[in-house]
Design a protein around this ligand. Structure first.
Ligand code: AMP
Ligand code: MG
Length: 343
């Protein structure tokens, strides 16, 4: 792999033009979106897309999401656009929703990782859309982290993982949503949720009349099972710390954590509940504020590594609404290790 002196580009028209020029030349650029930072390449250039897998250390069979700036960008990428997709696009694009289509001949195999389908999203982040427009091509972009580590929600997170591996990162500040997009299969009569995100099951059902949730969203995939979304089968979002999810009331959580206070443990708890804890802690939002938890969860996981945390007892988030996305990421960060501490 070539070594770069990675530049931090400012989120203005000059930075946008520089990012676009690199992308047109087949290079990779870290770009902000409202979900997490993406590691972008020209989606129509198989060679450029191949470099994403090398830079991330990403398994070759995990396909990428293609990002478009305008609805006119969709028809060339998809072999067919179902009515359901049109309805969902009208309601939630631009936004944190990815839909899976049968792919057109334009999509290189590197993007779809050998599948006959392609995942497409129209982000609402103004810098993301400006870069796509300036590049003049759709952009394939997975999260801009090293494969397996927590997704980046600031330019500094991208630098921490990608410095030396890519030529540039475009700085767009903190990502508003903070967790990756909702991924849905729209080939059936109702949407099937493959990955929860900022567009919630209730929001999908409100437009589509119903929604199903793939069991792998909240369960470990059985050994040997074929994942509807290949990303489901990999260890994900994991800090170096050993994370355990602890489910229970604030009092039961505090009692459990404090019973381990003579051990080198760290709590990852809700804001306002730290006063009851007798161990070092970091917080990730109030218990009832799932959007705030989504916004902060990946930064919290990265900070655990910065402070050298060993075992982390993480307060389990409520699973409703955007909380399902937070729970899904933390479950994977914890490699599905959950302890129930109520009664
Ligand atoms: P990332 O960009 O790192 O958030 O990863 C993209 C996610 O979308 C992964 O979980 C992929 O498995 C999933 N994905 C991408 N393309 C497809 C597809 N054609 N079918 C199903 N899932 C997909
Ligand atoms: Mg990712």
């Amino acid at each position: 792999m070539r070594e770069y002196k990675t530049r931090l580009l400012t989120g203005d028209s000059l930075g946008i033009q520089e990012a676009a020029a690199l992308l047109r030349a087949g290079e990779l650029v870290g770009i902000p979106t409202e979900t997490v930072y993406g590691l972008a390449a020209n989606a129509l250039d198989g060679g450029a897309v191949g470099r994403i897998f090398t830079a991330k250390g990403r398994p070759q069979d995990n396909p990428l999401i293609v990002h478009i700036a305008d609805i006119e960008g969709l028809p060339p990428l998809a072999a067919e656009i179902p009515e359901l997709a049109k309805k969902l696009a009208k309601a939630y694009w631009p936004g944190p929703l990815t839909m899976i289509f049968r792919k057109s001949a334009l999509i290189p195999d590197e993007v779809s990782a050998g599948l006959s389908t392609v995942a497409v999203r129209m982000p609402y982040h103004p810098l993301a859309r400006a870069v796509i427009r300036a590049a003049g091509v759709p952009l394939a972009a997975p999260s801009a982290n090293l494969s397996g580590s927590p997704s980046p929600t600031t330019a500094a997170h991208v630098m921490a993982d990608m410095a030396g591996r890519i030529p540039a990162v475009l700085d767009g500040g903190e990502c508003a949503v903070g967790v990756e997009s909702t991924v849905v299969d729209i080939t059936g009569p109702t949407p099937c949720l493959l990955r929860p995100g900022g567009v919630t099951p209730a929001m999908l059902a409100a437009v589509a009349g119903g929604v199903s949730v793939n069991p792998a969203v909240v369960n470990r995939l059985p050994d040997g099972a074929v994942a509807a979304s290949p990303g489901m089968k990999y260890k994900h979002y994991a800090p170096k710390a050993h994370v355990v999810l602890v489910r229970g009331t604030p009092a039961a959580y505090a009692a459990f954590v404090n019973s381990h206070r003579t051990e080198p443990v760290t709590a990852m708890c809700f804001d306002g509940e730290e006063g009851a804890l007798r161990v070092p802690y970091i917080t990730y939002g109030r218990r009832e504020d799932s959007a705030e938890q989504a916004h902060r969860v990946f930064d919290a996981l990265r900070r655990l590594d910065e402070i050298g945390a060993g075992t982390v007892y993480c307060a389990c988030p409520p699973e409703e609404g955007v909380g399902l996305a937070v729970y899904n990421r933390l479950l994977r960060a914890a490699a599905f290790e959950v302890i129930d501490v109520d009664g």
